[in-house]
Write a protein that binds this ligand. Structure first.
Ligand code: NAG
Length: 266
């Protein structure tokens, strides 16, 4: 027991530099992947965009969103998504919509971007989708508040952040100004666990499996007559396992075995 403790202590001392309550763990590396100076953007936060190979970058001070495809490197192209640097609240086409220094955003499984636009004239939650930018909550509320209910009539404080929780298909709002956590349920189609990419990959895989089965059968049936005239018989299924393990006593051709394998794996 004592030797085990000594061993553990030795291991700890070897892998960590311990000093006065600060524990430095080694083994990580830092590298710069986006340089905002060159691109004239100031990344405030970045999140993966599900269903695509992009990240969404928010430049809060510049009231603009960008996408970057991964793997990110300094050579990655940064494309504008929405917002043009004019601090304003207007919806519509994503190319012409404007934001007011949004504080945070979230991305659902379909790739829609939800924006916490929290400045004085716009305590709202907005959505950037393929069809443009809309306001989904707070659209009717003119004053800060803590009203729940139909989302357009709900009100928020001047200071809140949002996150997306796929497990409950909802946005969670940490409403700092009101000291509340609030929730907005999203549409089921925006939380379908198969994103566009995943569903595509799976259907191609299933199609491939089906095709290989079909091909196996066709090849098996086509070459069978040319191999050897067989002794006609019906195999009792319970013997199939044994027959396979033993040398073939019944004159069964290798294509029969192939066909049987094919049948079982499909
Ligand atoms: C929401 O606000 C609109 C516009 O002020 C109003 O017409 C409507 O009655 C409100 N709905 C509810 C449920 O309060």
């Amino acid at each position: 027991m004592a030797s085990l403790l000594a061993l553990l202590l030795l291991f700890n001392l070897a892998s960590l530099h311990v000093s006065a309550g600060i524990v430095l763990e080694d083994g990580y590396t830092v590298s710069t992947v986006i340089d905002g100076h060159k691109l004239n953007i100031n990344p405030h936060s970045i999140l993966p965009r599900f269903g695509s190979s992009d990240f969404v970058v928010l430049d809060s001070a510049g009231s603009a969103f960008y996408t970057v495809s991964f793997p990110i490197s300094k050579e990655s192209a940064v494309k504008p998504l929405s917002g043009d640097g004019v601090h304003e609240y207007s919806d519509g086409e994503s190319g012409s919509a404007r934001f007011n220094k949004p504080g945070s955003f979230a991305v659902d499984l379909k790739g829609n971007v939800y924006v916490a636009d929290t400045k004085k004239k716009s305590r709202v939650i907005r959505k950037i989708s393929d069809s443009g930018v809309t306001t989904i909550a707070g659209g009717y509320s003119e004053k800060p508040g803590r009203e729940d209910g139909p989302a357009q009539n709900a009100s928020f404080s001047d200071d809140f952040e949002i996150s997306f929780v796929p497990e409950i298909c909802a946005l969670l709002i940490s409403d700092h100004g009101n000291q509340l956590v609030r929730q907005i349920g999203l549409k089921a189609e925006d939380c379908a666990s198969g994103s566009k990419v995943a569903t595509g990959a799976i259907s191609i895989w299933v199609l491939g499996l089906g095709l290989s089965c079909l091909l196996g059968f066709i090849v098996g049936i086509a070459i069978r007559p040319y191999i050897i005239p067989r002794t006609a018989r019906l195999q009792p299924p319970q013997f199939q396992q044994d027959m396979e393990a033993l040398p073939n006593p019944s004159g069964e051709t290798s294509t029969d075995t192939l066909l049987r394998h094919q049948k079982r794996s499909c």
